[in-house]
Write a protein that binds this ligand. Sequence first.
Ligand SMILES: Cc1cc2nc3c(=O)[nH]c(=O)nc-3n(C[C@H](O)[C@H](O)[C@H](O)COP(=O)(O)O)c2cc1C
Length: 158
Amino acid sequence: MNTIIIFSSKYGCTADCACNLKGKLTGQVTLTDINKSNIKIEIEKYDTIIIGSSIYVGAISKKLRTLCHENIELLTQKRVGIFLCCAFPEQANDYLSANFPSTLLKNTKTVKMFGGEARLEKMSFLDKLIVKSATKGNYKNLKISHESLEDFVREISV
Ligand SMILES: Cc1cc2nc3c(=O)[nH]c(=O)nc-3n(C[C@H](O)[C@H](O)[C@H](O)COP(=O)(O)O)c2cc1C
């Protein structure tokens, strides 16, 4: 299996999940940070495409959203998995339908919410205020679900 994990992360949580996934998948796995990649991502070269993004104010990364829309025909012919890092995984359906083409969602092998982390020490003043207010001060309870990550690995691999 020849896999690419394309991810977007602002404070490192999604990047760590992508890295963790890479370690658990078999075959050749390429890790690509869409925010650092200046060259065109050659999706056609891979059998499996994994897209991972954090959610900010209901939205995934704009670059990832563009990538999905521009490559929708190709993506629907591939094995695709989507994971999101966010504070409110119970809002998964809203996040998915607002950010991904419905044809892509219908053709995915697996979609998982990994939960999230609030890395306050790295955040801008405004982002700290937003995350504290949105979580009603319970930002320390945010965590990654390793169970979801393991489920993702199992489902993308069959
Ligand atoms: C300014 C800000 C806005 C956020 N907006 C949302 C949101 O709308 N929905 C949600 O579920 N989580 C939201 N989050 C939580 C992040 O998605 C979560 O902390 C995630 O793990 C961050 O991943 P990253 O470190 O890879 O950027 C927000 C966090 C911040 C700091």
